[in-house]
Design a protein around this ligand. Structure first.
Ligand code: C2E
Ligand code: CA
Ligand code: CA
Ligand code: CA
Length: 281
């Protein structure tokens, strides 16, 4: 059951091109996915390897299609963005993640932080108002919610972004830059934006153990995050070699298949107990 999230993806071969008709059918179905309750969140733990505990989880959307089964985000998020559905779906994600934290709490399970992805198209001037409304409606401690934004999202218009990020920060939520290093960010924006965390993209983790240049890049990113007082999460850690390199370099919060793929909420709960992952490392 542990690898269920991963295994389900193996059925789809990304080299299979969708025909126009298939795509049209998928679009029609996607229009109804939200109201038909077909969207679900999987959760991937973020492990603080020094403290020996799960410090949070990233919520990742899947679509339980009535005929096609579990559909991964790369097949429907871009469609949802093109179709103008992503804002509603993204709001659902935030609400559902908050409600899941409450369901866990009611069952005596503490999830200290839940990170939610925010699409560039969701990041409008009214976004912070929507987030605030969801926090009020669910009554979840804002400190539990983390929003993951990509560099492109915040770099578009820097002065507007500084304001929008400030509004979100004022709500008490934390802000993370996703896929860090893959975008076109200037270093100066990092210090000007009210950020809490960087997530080093998986490609850097892969390169770090393959070349001295890759290793140097990761060392530089870690040093920069430390210098700016930002937390750091290493994404996509799959091997012990990658794990050893990242933790030795100071990137001690790890998210990746080495520990767990994204799993349904009921499978996340047992992973949250202290030192659950000790045997992996
Ligand atoms: P992301 O935000 O960069 O999420 C990390 C992706 O890396 C996830 O893919 C996760 O399953 C995968 N991953 C985690 N650990 C490993 C590893 O060790 N090795 C490898 N190869 N991959 C790993 P997933 O769940 O398919 O999501 C793909 C992308 O879809 C996400 O990338 C994010 O950009 C987008 N996405 C997912 N859920 C949402 C959502 O609710 N809203 C929005 N706007 N985008 C979402
Ligand atoms: Ca993410
Ligand atoms: Ca990422
Ligand atoms: Ca990514």
């Amino acid at each position: 059951a542990k690898s269920a999230g991963k295994a389900a993806f193996l059925f789809y071969d990304s080299s299979m091109e969708e025909t126009g008709l298939e795509r049209l059918a998928l679009e029609n179905d996607l229009r109804k996915a939200l109201e038909n309750n077909e969207l679900v969140l999987f959760y991937q733990p973020q492990v603080d390897t020094q403290a020996g505990k799960v410090v949070g989880a990233e919520a990742l959307m899947r679509w339980r299609h009535p005929e096609q089964g579990l559909i991964p985000p790369f097949r429907f998020i871009p469609l949802a963005e093109e179709m103008g559905l992503i804002a509603a779906m993204g709001e659902w994600t935030i609400r559902e993640a908050c409600n899941q934290v409450k369901r866990f709490a009611a069952a005596g399970v503490v999830l200290p932080k839940v990170a939610v992805n925010v699409s560039a198209l969701q990041f409008t001037p009214s976004f912070s108002r929507k987030v605030r409304a969801i926090l009020e409606e669910t009554g979840v401690d804002p400190g539990v919610l983390e929003l993951e934004l990509t560099e492109g999202v915040v770099m578009g218009d820097t002065s507007t972004s500084v304001q929008a990020l400030g509004e979100l920060r004022d709500l008490g939520v934390s802000l993370s830059i996703d896929d860090f290093g893959t975008g076109y960010s200037s270093l100066s924006y990092l210090s000007r934006f009210p950020l809490d965390e960087l997530k080093i993209d998986r490609s850097f983790v892969v390169d770090a153990v393959e070349s001295e240049e890759g290793a140097s890049l990761v060392r530089a990113i870690v040093a920069m995050a430390q210098g700016l007082g930002l937390k750091l999460v290493a994404e996509g850690v799959e091997t012990l070699e990658q794990y050893d390199f990242m933790t030795a370099t100071g990137a001690t919060v790890i998210q990746g298949y080495l520990f767990s793929p994204p799993v349904p909420a009921d499978e996340l709960a047992p992973l949250l107990s202290p030192w659950h992952f000790q045997e992996q490392i």
